[in-house]
Unconditional design. Sequence first.
Length: 214
Amino acid sequence: MDVRHFERVARGSGYEAIAGVDEAGRGPLAGPVVAAAVVLPEPGALAGVRDSKKMTEKAREEAFSVIHEVALGVGIGVVSPTYIDTHNILKASLEAMKRAVFCLTPRPDFLLVDGIHAVPVPIPQNCIKKGDRLSLSISAASVIAKVYRDRIMRSFDTRFPQYGFVRHKGYGTAGHRAALRRYGPCPIHRRSFRGVPEVPEAEAGGTFAPPGKG
């Protein structure tokens, strides 16, 4: 499989700064959605970089560093659970992608986007189903977004250790759902998602203070 095909097609049409765009965190019950946009140099490959879901956590961490070393530009966009609850997860994901693109230097003149929904920016783009498997630029973006989001969730674990975010990163595992039933939701839970109890945070037993504060 030629994972540079879509990049070459875009360059053949006269585009130069081609960014792969992807997001991480659409499905979890807690935490932000994070997107990344990555502009790679034209030649060569990135050993071991592929769809982040097909990589181990250790491989993703290693690839995260390599991508930052070789990329011409990396942009990251983060959208909060509150935004997700207010607008819905699709709009939040596209907003995160828009923020990631606007953070890029150099500014891209073409986007390769994972999925079927265009990023709401005035830049030509190609939306590719399963693009994180088919385009190296999108694969790189998927790695950046996944690792960055996982690091955010590990930091939240120190504040809300009772939920086990360090293990499941906010996804609806059996252990996470059991913690939700026991403690109720915390401030980073997505209240609009099925599986998050519809109870006020204040009724969750005062469990939201950072460690060491009682």
